[in-house]
Design a protein around this ligand. Structure first.
Ligand SMILES: NC(=O)c1ccc[n+]([C@@H]2O[C@H](COP(=O)([O-])OP(=O)(O)OC[C@H]3O[C@@H](n4cnc5c(N)ncnc54)[C@H](OP(=O)(O)O)[C@@H]3O)[C@@H](O)[C@H]2O)c1
Length: 361
């Protein structure tokens, strides 16, 4: 069924819309497609999506084909919040009408009005939350939790440099870093410095300042850890130099591919190999991704996501939502992320998006 058979505002009965990457390329390759509603198989649940998150990975996968990445045509989107609509055979852990959050474990598919997912991926959302804030917790705060506690093993009082500190994962790192009692520094464009300070870190303008010198001066010798979503051989090298003896560099993303292309990845990995050869006790590694971390630590995903949603319900974390953009304008949302000039996480909202009246009361 093509988009032309639909009116623009509503899906016909028994159908829904999803966004498809038709071929690798710019934001214009994100196209809406109308089709019949997916049916949940055994052990699956059909979820009416309220909000789908956009992550830096969605942009990388849209631009380039990577080994192990999705093949076109596919629907992007790794994190959703929505309402349970229909149960597949054998599902009893959730009930229709219940609000849930989910990570899609490498299958993507979140940019849609309805998705069918395995019941074990669905984590109940506490009542009264804004689904746009709740969806930030899924990829961004889970990643931040994994990087901070699982990989870098940060301890209270340690000094950390967070790159991309006003971005989706960067702002989550600052929020969890503050709860963990860290002394924090964050690189960001000048327009984001107020936010970085409000999140408890000392801002450094990576465009005009030498972050190595700033960190060495501020910490009398170097940071205990650098947490880096940017990558790129030179940037990794400079981040390593910002560490004290015994400090650790943890990379977890490749924003550098936006300017440097796909080759930024092997060049960054080569730099990490070279850094391991340098004596002096500093460590440099890439963090796992959420799916592989869950494989190494079964149960971590559900337990940590539930914990993070509770922190949100208690008001102990306040995710930064950059913009709520209608699902069918996914291309505009990707354009915004490529242009920059925003802070926090850009999310896509469907017609089912509602903020409960008691939010913020
Ligand atoms: N390992 C995992 O499981 C995992 C999970 C999620 C995301 N990631 C990866 O993490 C990366 C970031 O994702 P995201 O969703 O947080 O992206 P995002 O919200 O777009 O944030 C990226 C930030 O990078 C900043 N930036 C760009 N160039 C920079 C530089 N040279 N130095 C310092 N900051 C710079 C921008 O800040 P300004 O606007 O202030 O300039 C922007 O806020 C992506 O590569 C993504 O694939 C990994």
């Amino acid at each position: 069924m093509s988009e032309n058979t639909q009116d623009r505002g509503h899906s016909a009965e028994g159908t829904h819309r999803r966004i498809v990457v038709t071929q690798h390329g710019g934001p214009e390759v994100l196209q809406p497609l109308a089709e019949v509603l997916p049916e949940p198989g055994p052990g699956e649940v059909r979820v009416k999506v309220q909000v789908a998150g956009i992550s830096g990975y969605d942009l990388m996968d849209r631009r380039y084909s990577f080994p192990g990445g999705p093949s076109v045509p596919y629907t992007p989107g790794q994190d959703i919040v929505g309402v349970v609509e229909k149960l597949g055979e054998g599902v009893s852990a959730v009930e229709p009408g219940q609000q849930v959050a989910a990570f899609t474990f490498g299958d993507a598919g979140g940019y849609a009005e309805f998705v069918c997912r395995p019941a074990e991926e669905l984590v109940p959302v506490p009542a009264g939350l804004d689904p746009a804030e709740a969806v930030c917790v899924v990829v961004n705060y889970l990643t931040a939790h994994m990087v901070l506690h699982g990989t870098a093993k940060m301890r209270s009082g340690e000094r950390v440099l967070v790159h991309g500190a006003a971005g989706g994962t960067g702002s989550a790192l600052l929020e969890l870093g503050r709860l963990a009692g860290l002394e924090m520094y964050g690189t960001a464009s000048e327009y984001n410095h107020e936010l970085v300070s409000a999140l408890g870190a000392t801002p450094i303008d990576y465009r005009t300042e030498d972050f190595v010198e700033r960190i060495r001066n501020a910490t009398a010798g170097g940071a205990d850890a650098v947490l880096d979503p940017i990558g790129g051989a030179r940037h990794v090298w400079r981040s390593y130099r910002a560490l004290r003896k015994g400090g650790r560099y943890v990379g977890y993303g490749m924003v550098a591919t936006a300017k440097g292309g796909r080759r930024a990845i092997p060049l960054s990995l080569l730099m990490l190999v070279l850094l391991k050869l340098i004596p002096g006790g500093k460590q440099a590694s890439m963090s796992a991704e959420i799916a592989s971390f869950e494989q190494m630590h079964p149960g971590w995903y559900r337990e940590t996501l539930a914990e993070l949603l509770d922190l949100l319900a208690e008001g102990k974390i306040n995710p930064v939502v950059a913009e709520r953009i209608p699902l069918l304008e996914a291309a505009r949302a990707h354009e915004l992320m490529e242009r920059g000039g925003y802070a926090g996480k850009v999310v896509l909202v469907t017609k089912s998006y509602r903020v409960s009246p008691d939010v913020g009361t």
